[in-house]
Design a protein around this ligand. Structure first.
Ligand SMILES: C[S@@+](CC[C@H](N)C(=O)[O-])C[C@H]1O[C@@H](n2cnc3c(N)ncnc32)[C@H](O)[C@@H]1O
Length: 310
């Protein structure tokens, strides 16, 4: 059942759109439609704009189709790493701007029942796709079938979790007795693996939203990144997106953790060094204090903008 209203609050709304330097009549790709906040603002500011939208989560698009039914928007329920397949057909291929607002929407985190949040007991899927097929890897597959070393590597590599080895060991111990089926199974395992004092304090802080993150945050992030191959998709999406930009066209990317940001930073640097691109902002753009106060999820957001110069 598709809900019609999104609960997602758009991050760096004005900054990301200003970065694109659009004019009326432009063609823009919203690679991560989510609750449609960036697309809605583009429609409002530049009513003659054509928008090509991607999201691998079908429910996000279903909501959007209803909300934007009078607008010039094409919706594609695809991973943005496949945007070349669409852009070759749409608009003769070239676009004026692309926006990537990475990660999850609040609709996914709080309401989709796919196991993204460690605060709710849900099946361990963590797929951005709404209905994963048998071929799609889920979080349940990862924690029940991957070897201890691979688990430790992703928890450390994608979650930057210092307790990765202990957590991986505990996952393997647990599954000898029973399958790991739900988010709360995984939270219990992580809690058992890490020093007790640390777990109690971090859970308390997270509950009261005081600084520091919950002890399960990094492991959940790591498994989600692995399940959705988020870093591979980002590298591919950036490269392909850049190829479809017109000269003077721009890309705005909002990232939420250092692994994503590093990929974007390196990509921009390479394009500068090859003489194809120019960073529009030398310093990263971050949300204002008041935005973070009103929307704590914005606190780790970073925006970088690149212009194609030939
Ligand atoms: C942070 S939300 C975007 C919010 C949106 N900008 C707004 O203002 O409402 C990210 C969205 O991008 C989607 N997404 C993330 N990675 C994707 C990918 N590789 N391909 C397609 N969609 C992706 C997610 O499913 C989610 O709906």
């Amino acid at each position: 059942m598709i809900k019609t209203e999104s609960i997602h609050r758009t991050v760096l709304l004005n900054e990301a759109i200003k970065g694109l330097n659009l004019r009326n009549g432009a063609t823009v790709v919203d690679a991560t439609f989510g609750g449609g906040g960036h697309s809605a603002e583009i429609c409002k500011k530049y009513p003659g704009t054509k928008i090509i939208v991607f999201d691998q989560d079908r429910s996000a698009l279903e909501r959007g189709k209803e909300k934007f039914k009078d607008r010039d928007i094409s919706f594609y329920n695809l991973n943005f790493r496949d945007l070349d397949k669409v852009l070759e057909k749409e608009n003769g291929g070239k676009v004026d701007g692309i926006i990537f607002d990475l990660g999850l929407s609040s609709d996914q985190l709080e309401d989709c029942g796919r196991g993204f949040s460690f605060m709710k007991d849900e099946p361990l899927l963590m797929t951005m796709k709404e209905n994963p097929t048998k071929e799609d890897v889920t979080a349940e597959d990862v924690v029940n079938t991957w070897g201890e070393e691979s688990l430790a590597d992703i928890i450390y590599g994608y979650g930057e979790e210092k307790q990765a080895r202990r957590i991986a060991k505990e996952i393997v111990e647990f599954r000898k007795k029973q399958e790991i089926k739900t988010t709360f199974d995984l939270v219990k395992i992580i809690e058992k693996a890490i020093p007790a004092r640390f777990a109690r304090a971090s859970a308390r802080r997270a509950r009261f939203r005081k600084g520091r993150i919950h002890f399960a945050t990094k492991t959940f992030q790591a498994i989600r990144i692995a399940v959705n191959d988020e870093l591979g998709a980002l590298s591919e999406g950036l490269e392909k997106g850049f190829n479809f930009l017109k000269k003077d066209g721009r890309i705005s990317v909002i990232t939420f953790h250092s692994l994503e940001d590093r990929i974007v930073k390196k990509f921009y640097k390479n394009k500068e060094e090859s003489g194809e691109g120019k960073r529009v902002n030398k310093k990263i753009i971050v949300p204002s204090e008041s935005e973070v106060k009103n929307n704590p999820r914005a606190r780790s957001a970073k925006l970088r903008v690149l212009e194609k110069i030939k």
